[in-house]
Design a protein around this ligand. Structure first.
Ligand SMILES: [Zn+2]
Ligand SMILES: [Zn+2]
Length: 385
């Protein structure tokens, strides 16, 4: 069943950051190892071979792989929700309970999802839980640990998930003999129609609890809010969602837990902006620094860096500080930092300052202002009069 699927990366024995070539190599090795031609009649090898092929099919497809990374098996397997019967479409919905509710409203007849009959004792995967976390620009760039509050369903600690008060135990439902469903026979003009419906006596669980646990009221499960510390990897960006395997609702009947999905919000930074793994910032310099050249101090994620501005720097000139950007998510290396120069024109000048500038202006000419000269040449017709 879909619920017990192994992690695709694990199946191929590769790392989450695996590149295309390495992935192909790992696939070839595994496929060779379990190839049915080499293990005629070996069911276990056949199963492994299928598993390997399925894993490679998903991981070698960029789009499917991205979905798998985000949502796990549920993201790539169309049958995942339908077959398991306990995988909710979203939020904290618990299909197991929903099935029971439907069962009691309609007096049964709710024969499971996707046309399959739900075995009340079959292991089913828990739903995903979600949480959000706010982090600073620097925390996103360098990675951090954050504690989030997660509301999720877990097995009740007091009864160990059995739903029975300490010292007592459940008994098999005498109506359905533990199967959770009963067969009804309807007579119609076309003959008898036999159908299976959820057992009303035990609501499909197959068990009767005489002495329910006081903590969970016999459900065996409780919804509670827990604090969970999550490792946020360096390079994460605003709006990305982290998936913590097994951090969601507990599975039923020893089924696997759902995942915890954490949406990451990154607060804007007062001087840095981000595009991919590159960092952008604008640095204002004075008119004379631009004209004469200067050594300026540039803030970077790794601290201050001195940079020499050459003589005659123009507004909008840009320079690159290689490797001073953001750590690549799950990869080696960093982006770059781009610094854009703006030239601040002085304001609120005193009489004396103005006088000095006029004197300066009187001794400068065309050769100092090449751009202006060239513009006038090109626009000569417009300046005729
Ligand atoms: Zn029953
Ligand atoms: Zn309990």
């Amino acid at each position: 069943m879909a619920d017990n699927k192994r992690d695709y990366y694990e199946v191929l024995g590769v790392d989450k950051s695996v590149g295309d070539d390495e992935l192909k190599k790992a696939y070839r090795k595994a496929a060779k190892k379990y190839h049915p031609d080499l293990h005629p009649g070996d069911k276990e090898a056949e199963k492994k071979f299928k598993e390997v092929n399925e894993a490679y099919e998903v991981l070698s497809d960029k789009e499917k792989r991205a979905r798998y990374d985000q949502f796990g098996h549920a993201g790539v397997d169309p049958n995942f929700g339908a077959g398991g019967g306990n995988y909710g479409a979203g939020g904290f919905g618990d299909f197991g309970d929903l099935g029971d509710i439907f069962g009691s409203i309609f007096g049964g007849g709710f024969g499971g999802f996707g046309g399959r009959q739900r075995d009340p004792n079959a292991p089913t995967r828990g739903n995903d839980a979600s949480a959000a976390v706010n982090i600073s620009f620097e925390e996103a760039a360098k990675g951090c640990k954050k504690t989030v509050k997660v509301t999720k369903i877990d097995n009740c600690n007091d009864c160990g998930g059995t739903g029975c008060e300490k010292g007592s135990s459940s008994k098999t439902c005498p109506v359905c003999h533990g199967s959770g469903r009963v067969e009804t026979v309807q007579r119609t003009p076309f003959g008898q129609i036999r159908s299976q419906t959820v057992c009303n006596n035990c609501h499909g669980s197959g068990k009767i609890i005489d002495n329910p646990c006081h903590t969970c009221a016999g459900k065996g499960r409780i919804r509670h809010t827990v604090e969970k510390t999550i490792e946020i990897p360096a390079g994460i960006d605003d709006g990305q969602v982290l998936s913590v395997r097994g951090g969601g609702d507990a599975g039923r009947n020893r089924g696997p837990s759902g995942d915890l999905r954490v949406s990451v919000n990154v607060r804007p930074h007062p001087i840095f902006e981000r595009d991919g793994y590159d960092v952008y910032c604008e640095i204002p310099i004075t008119f004379s620094e631009a004209a004469l050249g200067a050594e300026i101090t540039v803030p970077t994620l790794d601290g201050k860096v001195k940079f020499k501005i050459h003589e005659g720097t123009q507004p909008g000139d840009e320079f690159k500080l290689k490797g001073k950007g953001i750590q690549r998510l799950n990869y080696v290396g960093k982006g770059d930092q781009y610094v854009k120069i703006t030239v601040e024109v002085p304001k609120d000048l005193s009489k004396e300052q103005k006088q000095k500038l006029k004197e300066f202006d009187a001794v400068t000419g065309e050769k100092n202002y090449k751009k202006k000269r060239s513009f006038i040449d090109k626009a000569r017709d417009f300046f005729k009069d």
